[in-house]
Design a protein around this ligand. Structure first.
Ligand code: BT5
Length: 334
């Protein structure tokens, strides 16, 4: 893992070797073939294989045949995320940190410095993981994912909240595809499993009056966190894929899948607008027709959920028949 963004470019041969292994789905690849494909000597290939082994990859040397990748480390390395990734825009550049303050803060700085759309920042641990409204996101090392993605969407600043649909649906799809869990989305930015919070989303934006410069989509998902790692004073009961599903999740596999899902949803969003993603969000939210309480700094409002509008506002029908649109707050089901 690296604290230096420049590290990404330095490991391209390793990355290409992993891509070749990936394409062979566990078959042996000969040293001669690797050397021919990558235009480097067989001794150089051998050295790169050793570097990969030092980075935690288990690679078998099969006498007189070649090399076979047996397993990848559960570490965030740019190569283990980008090798063979099937995306159009997202994940072409990935920065991995062993520890950072907040992946959102790092991604924001990279975006200000001109990082391209789709750049991903990942950390093994965060020392100042951010929730909404100055809250803290618990970010212990080695167990979860803390990711931020830079987008530069052609939207008006007021439309930026539509993007939360993308990350929420992508997280829900990924959990569903990698486990038998049934995630539900809770407005505005939580993913729940069995009513407990498994993931949180935090979008941050840099914009001018008529134009978005960039949006940082921050995503925290609890994968292998144990019950003892959660303090007792959380606002809502929390869970992880390990606690809820009893499975230990390969974190790089989760991140790759998540980036692919986000990429697909973002493409749909750019081509077809927000409606398809919003409809899937609503289906997965299990909030339609439910009575809820929405608390914000200014007020507490109760009502029945009638939908979600195109900028992500929650539409409520109040007891007196009035319709209300809520743009921020914390929701609990009644
Ligand atoms: C959120 O805020 O749910 C947004 C969380 C976003 C975290 C990601 S991690 C990658 C990126 N970089 C960052 O610095 N942040 C983003 P909110 O709705 O305000 O929820 C925060 C509340 O959830 C806290 O006040 C706690 O009560 C609770 N909480 C904190 N850590 C948690 C965790 N790991 N799992 C479940 N609940 C947690």
């Amino acid at each position: 893992m690296s604290n230096k963004p420049g590290h990404v470019a330095e490991i391209s041969i390793d990355q290409r070797i992993l891509e070749i292994f990936h394409g062979r789905c566990g078959d042996v690849v000969s040293g001669a073939e690797l050397s021919g494909l990558l235009h480097v000597s067989r001794t150089a290939i051998w050295k790169h294989i050793n570097t990969l082994k030092k980075n935690g990859y288990t690679i078998e040397s099969v006498p007189s045949r070649g090399y076979r990748l047996l397993s990848a480390p559960d570490l965030f390395l740019p190569v283990s995320i980008t090798a063979g990734l099937q995306t159009r825009r997202l994940g072409k550049k990935v920065f991995c940190f062993k520890e950072t303050t907040s992946t959102n803060a790092v991604a924001y700085k990279l975006a200000e410095d001109g990082a391209p759309e789709g750049t991903v920042v990942l950390a093994d641990a965060q020392t100042s993981g951010k929730g909404r409204l100055g809250r803290v996101w618990l970010s212990p090392p080695g167990v979860n994912i803390y990711a931020s993605v830079i987008l530069r969407p052609p939207l008006l600043p007021v439309e930026a909240s539509q993007l939360t649909f993308i990350s929420a649906v992508a997280v829900a799809r990924t959990i569903e595809k990698l486990s038998s869990l049934e995630p539900a989305i809770k407005w505005p930015n939580d993913i729940l499993v069995n009513g407990n919070k498994i993931a949180g989303l935090l979008n941050e934006m840099s914009a001018e009056t008529e134009r978005i410069n960039f949006v940082i989509m921050g995503i925290g998902v609890n994968l292998n966190m144990t019950a003892e790692q959660f303090p007792e004073d959380l606002r809502y009961p929390a869970t992880s894929m390990l606690i809820a599903g009893g499975i230990c999740v390969d974190r790089s596999r989760f991140v790759r899948r998540l980036i692919e899902e986000m990429d697909e949803l973002y493409n749909t969003f750019l081509v077809q607008g927000d409606v398809p993603v919003r409809e899937e969000w609503l289906r997965r939210s299990q909030m339609q027709g439910r009575m809820v309480k929405v608390s914000s700094a200014e007020s507490v409002i109760c009502g029945m959920v009638t939908g979600i509008d195109h900028i992500g506002g929650l539409l409520l029908k109040l007891d007196d028949g009035r319709e209300e649109r809520i743009l921020s707050g914390d929701v609990s089901l009644l």
